[in-house]
Design a protein around this ligand. Structure first.
Ligand code: PXG
Length: 311
């Protein structure tokens, strides 16, 4: 037993020298992942009280950084959480974290919690927010989804009511989406379509939804219960700039089932074609022409548009 332990300890050490631990920017300092810890009394953990953003960089270009930082500020403003850093300071922290971790292509997670406090909901218990930036590799859907399209399923969990926890807020309270994800996975699907309380299409657990019908690109208005996705906005802009009419429309499942094409958008997913929903084939059952065009335009955009950094 002792021999086994010491040998596994040694191999771990060897691995560590080969690959240093990622650095996390935590409350103004860079700390190795293993030491990046916050209190069990943090209200982000105790109550989901905090905000976050998920951002990507492509070949040393941070995509839509400003838009993400604006959304972070707006989420924080609504929950009356004063951000400890200005947008410029946050941008600098993100760039520095990417540099220190030598990442050209990354998934960037920015989190600000209410901070450490007493037990009890009152945020006034918390003296100062905890904030951190994680930069990591991004895990994508399998390549086959982008080539052949994916299948999704509508789940029973209804999207949060905008009058309760508005889905426009990117808060640490993601259980609504997690429940939907669990339900999709219980049925062996990777993504869930969520409806709002009136039965209209809202969004997926971490992606916005689009359809194409008779050449018109459509996505639900966010007031029905969806995040104002930054990829969603980029796709709407790209469509309009490239002579593809695009509108916000109130959509039902029926509209989706009978669309010519459908796709999802999100920072993690980018643009992913959907070819089957609740067992109904969408269009010809393979990624459509408009979807493929938008995927390609989006890819071009991520390669030329963004905040540049050097390693
Ligand atoms: N809806 C919801 C509920 C989201 O959380 C989107 C739509 C797409 O928005 P953007 O701005 O990314 O186009 C999101 C974003 C992850 C992950 O780790 C999730 C998101 C973004 C990045 C990473 O699962 N969700």
């Amino acid at each position: 037993m002792a021999i086994h332990r010491s040998s596994s300890h040694k191999s771990k050490k060897l691995l560590q020298t080969a690959q240093p631990e990622p650095l996390i920017y935590l409350n103004g300092e860079f700390v190795p992942k293993g030491e990046a810890k916050i209190s069990v009394f943090d209200h982000g953990l105790l109550y989901g009280d905090g905000v976050f953003e998920g951002i990507r960089s492509y070949n040393c270009l941070i995509f839509k950084l400003n838009e993400h930082l604006i959304r972070l500020r707006e989420s924080a403003h609504t929950i009356m959480l004063k951000l400890p850093l200005t947008a410029e300071e946050m941008a600098d922290a993100i760039v520095e974290t990417l540099k220190r971790n030598h990442l050209r292509d990354a998934y960037i997670r920015v989190v600000v919690t209410r901070g450490e406090g007493d037990l009890g909901l009152d945020p006034a218990n918390c003296k100062s927010p905890n904030y951190f930036v994680i930069t990591d590799k991004i895990v994508l859907y399998p390549e086959s989804f982008y080539r052949d399209g994916m299948e999704i399923i509508t789940v029973p969990t209804v999207r949060n009511l905008p009058e309760a926890i508005n889905p426009a807020l990117k808060t640490l309270n993601y259980l609504n989406n997690i429940m939907a994800k669990i339900e999709a996975k219980n049925s062996n699907y990777k993504e869930a379509l969520m409806l709002n309380h009136q039965g209209y299409v809202a969004e997926c657990t971490g992606d916005n939804v689009f359809l194409v019908k008779n050449g018109l690109v459509q996505t639900p208005p966010t007031y029905l219960g969806a995040l104002r996705g930054i990829t969603r906005q980029a796709i709407m802009d790209l469509a309009l700039r490239n002579d593809m009419p695009c509108q916000e429309r109130i959509l039902t499942r029926h509209d989706l089932f009978n669309a010519d094409e459908a796709f999802l958008t999100g920072t993690a997913a980018e643009v992913v074609p959907v070819v089957k929903i609740d067992g109904r084939q969408i269009g010809k059952g393979k990624p459509g022409k408009v979807t493929r065009k938008l995927m390609s335009l989006f890819q071009d955009l991520t390669r030329k548009d963004g905040v540049r950094y050097t390693l």
